[in-house]
Design a protein. Structure first.
Length: 234
């Protein structure tokens, strides 16, 4: 940890890092959404952050991810660790490897890989009915639209509803998740929405305040549309 870390005083009523403590948050995928989610969580003060990615920063990543030109050629995990430490003073734990579901994951997991196939594999092998993970957040992004799913991997109704949202990577290329077009402002919107679902879960779980996160949130930016009408009991 750096000698000086981000001061959370302005958002303590929404998220208290000391109350959250050392609960572990894993972010799988450090791309357009994942790199921003990690930086946002670090700025909130979540201090036990683990980031997984096996890719390196390329020139085309600069346009839509949280990296700078100086990071080109670096492993994404190492580059993101540098971004987070410079921006917040926090040290994150990095794993430069592909997640296949055999790894040990934490209390909260953001599942943000590039393909539906990888998400299904990680879900089946590493998350489904695993009591350690209390909250799973998964995002899907197109050029001007996105979705966020928030659920407990141990609740049967959550599992049933979530698995009905799966589709093939052939479909994903023409929809939200896996599309070849990736726009920075869309990723900003999506990552912020994903972190807000985490914050809603934190308040509901920690103090029983407010409503739990919505199971499914859908937005479109051209035209502006937003739906979050699929809540499940927690």
């Amino acid at each position: 940890m750096g000698t000086e870390i981000v001061n959370p005083i302005r958002h303590l009523s929404v998220f208290d890092p000391d109350a959250f403590g050392e609960r572990r948050v894993d972010v799988i995928g450090a791309g357009a959404t994942g790199s921003r989610v990690v930086l946002s969580l670090a700025k909130l003060g979540a201090r036990n952050l683990h980031v997984w990615d096996f890719d390196s920063v390329e020139s085309h990543n600069i346009a839509n991810q949280a990296f700078s030109m100086s990071h080109i050629g670096m492993p994404k995990t190492q580059a993101l660790a540098q971004v987070v430490e410079t921006g917040t003073g926090l040290t994150i734990t990095v794993h430069e490897e592909k997640v296949d579901g055999t790894q040990s994951l934490g209390d909260v997991v953001f599942l943000l890989t590039d393909t539906m196939a990888s998400r299904k594999e990680i879900w089946e092998k590493g998350l489904k009915l695993k009591p350690r993970t209390q909250l799973l957040i998964e995002t899907r992004m197109g050029a001007a639209e996105g979705r966020v799913y928030s659920l407990s991997p141990s609740r049967r109704q959550h599992i049933s509803e979530y698995e009905q949202t799966f589709y093939s990577d052939a479909v994903a290329e023409t929809s939200a998740c896996g599309a070849s077009v990736s726009v920075g402002p869309t990723a900003e919107f999506l990552s912020g929405l994903a972190v807000w679902q985490f914050l809603k879960w934190y308040k509901f779980d920690q103090a029983g305040e407010g409503d739990p996160p919505e199971f499914e949130s859908i937005f479109g930016l051209t035209p502006m549309l937003f739906f979050c009408d699929r809540s499940l009991p927690w």
